[in-house]
Write a protein that binds this ligand. Structure first.
Ligand code: HEM
Length: 291
């Protein structure tokens, strides 16, 4: 484990056993606030279900499972494949391509607009919002775009309540958590997470995966020679280069993995962090530990 003073200070958990243990000690390693630095302040309440804990998390997670279970996702795969092929055909004969703009942004956006039952022509606008919210590096622009997304989602939820369709928002409007329908705030907290998870996560993860392939021609060649390797390669690339290293925040002081971790300290797991530019020396005074 490493401690970094960057981003407000956080523990970086690198060992598989330690990561597993943190997930199992869920009452000490809480889901709120998530992120490094913590996303509190970014959103006025908890993102649902990601920032909920224990039974509350289970209840809302159960609500979403049917929409992301294999039975629901399998029919979507053909459509995702079709969109991916269409986008790739657009640059297949080019000498080079800016892959994030040509594929990594438009592909998840297309899936998102279908899932939310939105007009396809608004896709580029949503992609730009998602990008500016998380990557503009300009707090004023992020706040402006965050407001636009919230306004859009509030309006969308109201429209789906008035006139439900067969999209995901309409299904959530009709759904209930143990007999109680979701409030407008709960729907918004869920939809906002789906918005950023559905678009930015996929865009950023595709970018990182293709960057690896672009810089490792031998891996490209292996996949081109045997497409049967793709599923295992994908698993391995996601494991090695995750753009969402799960973050937890300590709910109380804990002795753990030979370290003494303070309450409210975020922890972040992920192999990619090891290869990135994180400090290589512990910087947390006498409490720091490196393994
Ligand atoms: C390559 C794409 C994606 C990656 C790598 C990814 C990764 C992750 C990871 C690692 C978590 C767990 C975070 C934690 O435990 O702290 C998570 C949670 C979640 N993701 Fe994704 N995700 C992706 C795409 C999506 C998409 C497309 C959606 C929905 C449209 C989505 C919806 C969610 C939700 C709702 C949660 C919270 C689950 C819970 O708390 O029970 N994700 N994602």
């Amino acid at each position: 484990m490493l401690y970094s003073t960057a981003l407000g200070g956080f523990w970086l958990v690198l060992g598989a056993d330690e990561v597993r243990e943190a997930f199992l000690r869920a009452d000490e390693f809480g889901n709120y606030p998530t992120g490094v630095p913590p996303m509190a302040g970014f959103w006025p309440r908890k993102l649902i279900p990601q920032e909920l804990d224990g039974d509350e998390h289970r209840r809302f997670r159960r609500l979403l499972i049917p929409f992301f279970a294999p039975a629901a996702i399998t029919p979507v795969v053909a459509s995702v494949r079709r969109h991916a092929q269409r986008l790739v055909r657009g640059f297949a004969d080019a000498d080079g391509v800016e892959l994030v703009d040509a594929l990594a942004k438009p592909l998840p956006t297309t899936v998102f607009v279908e899932m939310f039952g939105l007009p396809a022509e608004r896709g580029p606008e949503f992609a730009a919002w998602s990008w500016d919210l998380l990557h503009s590096g300009d707090p004023a622009r992020s706040a402006e775009v965050g407001g636009a997304i919230v306004g859009f989602l509030v309006d969308l939820i109201a429209r789906r309540r008035a006139e439900p369709g067969d999209d995901l928002i309409s299904a959530l409007v009709r759904a209930d958590v143990e007999g109680t329908p979701l409030s407008d705030d709960e729907l918004l907290d869920t939809c906002f997470l789906l918005f950023i998870a559905g678009m930015d996560t996929v865009t950023s993860q595709l970018g990182v995966l293709f960057h690896h392939l672009a810089t490792h021609p031998e891996h490209q060649a292996a996949l081109r020679a045997d497409a049967g390797l793709v599923p295992a390669a994908l698993d391995e690339l996601l494991r090695a280069f995750p753009i969402v290293p799960p973050a937890r925040t300590l709910t109380r002081d804990a002795s753990w993995a030979a370290s003494r971790c303070g309450r409210a300290t975020p922890c972040w797991s992920g192999r990619r962090a090891r290869a990135a530019t994180w400090p290589t020396a512990p910087t947390c005074g006498s409490t720091a530990a490196r393994r």
